[in-house]
Design a protein around this ligand. Structure first.
Ligand SMILES: Nc1ncnc2c1ncn2[C@@H]1O[C@H](COP(=O)(O)OP(=O)(O)OP(=O)(O)O)[C@@H](O)[C@H]1O
Ligand SMILES: [Mg+2]
Length: 454
């Protein structure tokens, strides 16, 4: 698995537009005191020119409402035309205080009325820049994912798999709720992202919630957020994932694991597209497309009484089922080539091939972990193979590691399989002794790697 880390540039400059030079100077002093870079202009037009010049660097704008050449709201409109999500704070005096309402309607982040306190300036600047940073980060991650999706999806020849992607492409254009089912590792999340990035919502956030990872009260908090003071630990307000996903797609992973209390709440959002933050009576409306996924048989969960039938019907508007890998052996060469290419560069072995015997073994293996297991197996085999050829024994999918359906006869395999120690030694060789990277390659915890090594 790739472990490349990248960071987003932090837009930490502030643009201040104010014709009163003394006041502009005061802003600069306060903000520079906070370690921020300040660009100053005394006219609206000059301010916009500065914005164009430093567009990648400026993280927020303060503009006075009354400027010699234009109003603060004109500046606001122009800023929004250049960068829709750049936070703008409008500064109003007594004579221009009515303009604040209009400014908020036009999408100002906030307003400051003169006279203001120093703390008000620093607080609003900090909050606005943090928001800018999150937006930047989100945009950056979206791009990353978009690129990823381009390279990472193999569809293959299998009819069921093709049907799944055709349905996904069709449904991407609508706002319909999608329920993806399939065994673990069959590519449910990959498909959910494919739907999002083909949809008209592609530029908006794709937000994932793993419903199985959190106990009931935390999941509720994660989904809907809370107001300050809603419960003992709620020292500040928190925006939930439904709000984060506004305009985009919310991916509810492992939906079959949601507790009954949260199921009721989800039902309401699915029906009404509205909810309240915990501890608040204010109703929030959101525009999100829901894609849910599960590896559980929900029909069975309904008869067991663990999943609400009404929620199931709300989710199951467009059902898509992904086939298990063992049912699509003819796709094996496509997938294997894809992973050979993917890890060829990473492991410095771009010419790696799979012998016909190894391909047969791959086609006949049971693949309980589906594509994820295949991917791990290929990556590992590329480390283990001495030459540019992956043989059956490099795959570690023999009987001694997988109970149940196995292609290779027991005895032949257990002799040929490398021991864990050999595996670790090879991985360490390839990573130049980097234990962390070696652990990632083998797919084990670094602690285990150290323990096994000894
Ligand atoms: N169509 C595909 N083409 C290439 N790689 C894929 C494809 N589908 C899945 N994969 C790979 O398999 C791995 C597992 O996929 P994914 O996380 O989408 O599975 P999942 O069904 O959500 O599994 P789980 O139920 O365990 O969460 C991914 O890391 C991805 O690299
Ligand atoms: Mg998943």
């Amino acid at each position: 698995m790739s472990t490349t880390e990248s960071s987003t540039p932090l837009a930490a400059s502030v643009l201040v537009i104010d014709d009163e030079k003394k006041l502009a100077g005061l802003f600069a002093e306060i903000l520079e005191g906070e370690g921020l870079t300040v660009h100053m202009a005394h006219k609206g037009g000059d301010g916009l020119a500065k914005l164009d010049e430093y567009i990648d660097e400026i993280g927020m704008v303060f503009t006075d409402m009354k400027l010699p050449d234009m109003t603060g709201n004109d500046v606001l409109r122009e800023v929004k035309r250049r960068r829709q999500d750049l936070p703008v704070v409008v500064v109003t005096g007594f004579a221009t205080k009515d303009g604040a309402v209009e400014a908020m309607r036009l999408g100002a982040y906030d307003y400051l009325s003169k006279p203001f306190k120093i703390e008000e300036v620093t607080l609003v600047a900090r909050r606005a820049l943090e928001r800018s940073r999150l937006i930047d980060e989100n945009r950056y991650l979206q791009n990353e994912l978009l690129n990823r999706y381009k390279f990472e999806t193999v569809i293959g020849d299998n009819e069921k798999m093709q049907a799944a992607y055709v349905t996904a492409a069709k449904v991407a254009k609508s706002n319909a709720t999608v329920l993806i089912t399939g065994e673990s590792g069959t590519g449910k999340e990959v498909l959910a992202r494919a739907i999002h990035f083909q949809s008209t919502r592609a530029e908006k956030p794709f937000v994932k919630v793993n419903c199985a990872a959190l106990p009931e009260h935390l999941l509720e908090d994660e989904l809907f957020g809370h107001e300050k003071g809603a419960f003992t630990d709620a020292s500040s307000q928190r925006i939930g994932r439904f709000e984060w996903a506004h305009g985009g797609t919310l991916f509810l992973d492992e939906i079959g694991e949601v507790a009954p209390g949260v199921q009721v709440k989800l039902l309401r959002v699915l029906q009404e597209r509205e909810f309240e933050r915990i501890g608040s009576s204010k109703t929030i409306k959101v525009d999100v497309r829901i894609v849910a996924a599960t590896n559980r048989d929900l029909q069975r969960a309904i008869s067991d009484g663990t999943f609400r039938e009404d929620l199931f019907y709300r989710l199951n508007v467009v059902p898509i089922e992904l086939p298990p890998l063992r049912e699509r052996p003819s796709d094996m060469p496509f997938l294997v080539n894809h992973f050979l290419k993917k890890y060829g560069d990473e492991t410095g072995r771009p010419d790696m091939k799979v012998t016909p015997e190894a391909m047969e073994a791959l086609k006949h293996h049971n693949w309980k972990g589906n594509i994820r297991e295949l991917e791990n197996s290929i990556e590992r085999a590329m480390i283990l193979a001495e030459r540019d050829e992956i043989e059956p024994r490099h795959l570690l999918i023999g009987a001694s590691l997988n109970s149940g359906n196995s292609y290779m006869p027991n005895a032949a395999v257990s002799n040929a399989l490398p021991t864990i120690a050999e595996l670790i030694t090879k991985a360490l060789e390839r990573t130049g002794g980097d234990e962390k990277a070696a652990a990632t390659m083998i797919g084990c915890d670094v602690k285990n790697l150290r323990a096994w090594k000894e």
